[in-house]
Write a protein that binds this ligand. Structure first.
Ligand SMILES: Nc1ncnc2c1ncn2[C@@H]1O[C@H](COP(=O)(O)OP(=O)(O)OP(=O)(O)O)[C@@H](O)[C@H]1O
Length: 469
């Protein structure tokens, strides 16, 4: 079988595959409904997720589908027909009602015959539960065969997704396995777990060596799908995984807070005839995250300002993003030497060390994490109430900050600041700018997102404390 220009094997076959639907699309602008009063503390605290007047554009692959059907938008988890064991898992986690993306996506994800999905919703709005519930609902627990694969861009995110699978599946007999580096015992020759979660390199390796039998795989999820499909990123590896699983009968589910134009077409081809839930670009940044900047004099001044912010950084938890690993190491070493307790995490550390660092931070033992884009996406730690862009994110990871054509990476900016303000909570983000170029990069971010980034004085800690309050 020939691969086409994008590396796909069977576009024609896919058109007649069980998951294929009518080619014609029916696009509906859906005004979000009023919230249903809830007695649950966990949920009523977060009614803003239902309240705000975002327009989510839902595009149905099947024009015959009736958007007025009660299943088109489920107000309760019970309405979705979820198995009792999954409902128990949800309640055990304190989830009493679906969030907006869950109420829109789950009816489409759980419908039969299964249909592909490309789903977009802001950071921290509950996309994980949508695809985890789909995987858990589609697995036949009586078969000891792998039936769902889920890929994420980092081991940290894969581990977090797995913790959601295990928690939501607590009352089911689900068996799970990781496909992440240095995790499987040496010599493992067979994986039969129902759900395998991992990163694309290790997953490819396990599939190629036939450690995972794919014959019964019926769900394939990409979290942070735009990143997973980006040709400058993990696109090739992800495509290799797709080419190693059955070509028909697999429900392909792509989720992210961002889908930049240059990956949208590829995504539509990767998940043909998908139902789509999309946001406008101006709606991407979460209201609850207040965005600030500090005008630093130069690189060295950035460091001084960071140190002077330490008190503030440790009220709650903070993540400091740098463009390069060596910057993260350098500032964490300097701060540690000066008596501040900070941790640093990036992709050059070995697997066990990375796991220990993120676990310490997740459990609140460390309050300040200095890192790179490796954890810009997906990481969900409720106590993070401040994000600092020590360096603004730039288009090319290897991009030289001082080159004249370095463009800001707006998508990564959205994901980075989205590590705070999760599920209706409040958070703040602070960008450090220190010269004309970083200033204009920040301006471009402002313009793209149509959101004002407000200045705070670098020498006024009182003002900072007010901002934080
Ligand atoms: N229905 C719900 N009720 C209560 N809490 C929920 C519900 N859905 C999700 N949450 C909580 O909201 C938080 C954010 O969810 P999640 O990590 O899935 O967001 P996300 O949309 O995937 O974000 P990102 O784009 O940053 O990956 C999690 O802590 C999750 O437990």
């Amino acid at each position: 079988m020939e691969k086409d220009a994008d590396g796909f094997y069977t576009p024609k076959l896919e058109a007649s595959a069980p998951l294929a639907q009518d080619e014609s699309k029916d696009t509906k602008e859906v005004e979000q409904p009023e919230p249903v009063p809830s007695s649950s503390c966990a949920y009523s605290r977060n009614t803003k997720l239902l309240n705000d007047s975002l327009h989510i554009q839902v595009t149905l692959a099947d024009q015959q589908a009736d958007p007025n059907s009660p299943l088109f938008s489920a107000k309760t988890f019970e309405e979705l027909g979820l198995h009792q064991d999954l409902l128990k898992g949800l309640y055990d986690l304190g989830f009493s009602k679906p969030s907006k993306i869950q109420e829109r996506a789950l009816p489409l994800l759980l419908a039969n015959p299964p249909q592909n999905m490309i789903g977009q919703s802001q950071s921290g709005t509950g996309k994980t539960a949508a695809f985890v519930l789909t995987m858990l609902s589609r697995v036949d627990f009586s078969k000891n065969k792998t039936q769902a694969l889920c890929l994420a861009p980092s081991r940290e995110l894969a581990r977090q997704i797995m913790s959601v699978v295990v928690a939501m599946g607590k009352f089911t007999p689900v068996q799970t396995e990781y496909a992440i580096k240095d995790n499987l015992p040496k010599g493992t020759s067979r994986i039969t777990a129902h759900i395998v979660v991992g990163t694309p390199g290790t997953m490819t390796d396990l599939l190629r060596r036939k450690v995972i039998d794919t014959s019964e795989v019926k769900v394939f999820v990409l979290d942070e799908a735009d990143n997973m499909l980006d040709q400058d990123g993990l696109g090739d590896q992800t495509l290799r995984v797709k080419n190693l699983i059955p070509r028909t009968g697999v429900q392909i589910i792509l989720f992210s807070a961002t889908f930049p134009n240059h990956v949208r077409n590829f995504a539509s081809k990767f998940a043909p005839n998908a139902n789509k839930i999309e946001l406008q670009r101006e709606e991407l940044s979460v209201e609850g995250i207040r965005q600030f900047y500090m005008d630093c004099r130069n690189e060295e001044h950035k460091y001084d300002i960071l140190v002077s912010l330490y008190q503030l950084l440790t009220i709650g938890q903070s993540i400091i993003f740098c463009q390069h690993r060596h910057t993260a190491d350098r500032i964490s070493q300097r701060m540690s030497a000066e008596g501040h307790k900070v941790a640093s995490l990036h992709g050059a550390k070995d697997a066990a060390e990375r796991d220990a660092i993120i676990d310490n931070f997740r459990e609140g033992r460390d309050k300040v994490l200095i890192t790179t884009n490796v954890i810009a996406r997906g990481i969900d730690i409720m106590q993070v109430n401040m994000v600092v862009n020590y360096d603004l994110p730039l288009m090319n990871e290897r991009g030289n900050q001082h080159s004249n054509d370095a463009r800001p990476d707006v998508e990564t900016y959205i994901h980075r600041i989205g590590r705070t303000g999760r599920f209706g909570r409040k958070g703040i983000s602070i960008n450090f700018v220190h010269d004309r170029q970083t200033w204009s990069q920040m301006e471009e971010i402002e313009k793209t997102l149509n959101r004002k980034i407000i200045r705070i004085q670098t020498d006024d800690l009182e003002e900072m404390e007010e901002v934080r309050a």
